[in-house]
Design a protein around this ligand. Sequence first.
Ligand code: ADP
Ligand code: MG
Length: 319
Amino acid sequence: DELISQIAAGEVVERPASVVRELVDNALDAGATRIAVRLIAGGVRSIVIEDDGQGIAAAELPLALRRHATSKIGSLHDLEQVMTMGFRGEALAAIGSIAELSITSRTMDAAHAQRIDGRTGELQPAARAVGTTVEVRELFFSTPARRKFLKSDATELAHCLEAVRRHALARPEVGFEVWHEGRLVEQWRPGDAQQRLRDVLGEAFARDSREVALQLGPLSVRGRAGLPETARARADLQYVYVNGRHVRDRLLAHGVRAAYEDVLHGSRQPSYVLFMEIAPERVDVNVHPTKTEVRFRDSREVHQAVRRAVEAALAPSRT
Ligand code: ADP
Ligand code: MG
């Protein structure tokens, strides 16, 4: 069983940034309005994530660590309609099998917090405001072969920051802080979408990009598409979200590239941030444990929508 969970963990956790992504997902699912991420040695030594969400009741704490334990869906129908970031109940169990894990949490009606040790399952009273703190130490301590694949602390930190950035772009109303070895390295205050875009991606992109806004029946695409003069934008400034979830999808990326080809015949890497909203039953997010891949029921329609949305933004007069 230990082996099986370690193999499963390998699919979810590749590096510290994968842990950060899963834990921030959980904090957002819990309704957090402020999330702090504290890292040591790029997250390899320690990842601590604090949120002010609804917390986990003491009686539920042991369950949260168990494999396939999720409080988020109760039926196949729910799976079709899934609106939360998590739903597979795998992340905490996976992380607990490859690192030292503890959770301290307090719900609104609890007199005090409780801390659970992932290894022993022991519960202890603790001090904390309402919300949850998850601590993950010594990632891959029992699998040195995996640990060897990790890069320098600076590289792992950069990946962790990118993981938080992806969440921060989609959730401007939530405040984010990232600390590395006691130093505040990133802080994004709660605000509106425009402000968050400037804070996370910089003034240059905000200025040298056009608004994307297309509604096609129940499908919508909004965001910003960079103009070719966005010289200072990073080459990899390409973010796509489906129903609030960051995804890597070749179909969508192709749709965007086709629009840039059509309008600008450009050779440059386009930069863009796109949020697609689609009826949940028209997209399957349960394709891979990391949930960064999706499958669309009508992929042609989706491709067309993205292409038209970006074309309209880049050449408003043509459409
Ligand atoms: P999933 O998110 O797919 O449900 P996880 O393994 O990530 O599975 O988490 C297991 C369960 O632990 C969640 O369903 C949720 O009930 C609880 N949980 C985890 N993190 C938090 C958190 N930060 N705040 C509140 N509840 C949490
Ligand atoms: Mg989760």
